[in-house]
Design a protein around this ligand. Structure first.
Ligand SMILES: [Zn+2]
Length: 130
């Protein structure tokens, strides 16, 4: 098989840019910094978006788009707080929030200010009470 390209079976994944089904023979995988990404359980994965594209050109376009998006640490911190609060419906006090998120009091305050600014700008909607 030396010198031959191994053909891989199609996947069900779609290109993050154009939506075409991914052909593993031309697919490109990548990663970009994105402060809106909060991993379900692993804080080490926060702020990192995995990308998949149908080809190198679309990966370059995707990667360039994410470079244009501002990376906001308060956004990332707000996400970390929201992940913790999923398991604490009655809330946490300041010290417990700091322990659970690994954030400082100043970072928690910055996250709240970021969240409130989003709410005032109309880009945040509270969950539907129904
Ligand atoms: Zn594509």
């Amino acid at each position: 098989m030396k010198g031959k390209t191994k053909l891989l079976a199609p996947t069900q994944d779609r290109c993050d840019l154009c939506g075409r089904l991914i052909d593993p023979n031309t697919a490109r995988y990548g990663a970009a910094r994105d402060s809106s990404v909060i991993h379900n359980r692993d804080p080490q994965m926060d702020g990192k978006r995995l990308l998949i594209a149908c080809d190198a050109e679309h990966m370059t376009t995707l990667w360039n788009q994410y470079q244009q998006r501002p990376y906001s640490e308060p956004e990332l911190w707000a996400g970390k707080m929201q992940r913790v609060l999923r398991d604490h419906r009655r809330g946490l006090d300041q010290a417990a929030m700091e322990r659970a998120t690994g954030l400082t009091a100043e970072q928690i305050t910055a996250a709240f200010l970021w969240n409130n600014a989003r709410a005032l700008a109309g880009t945040f909607r509270p969950p539907d009470p129904t």
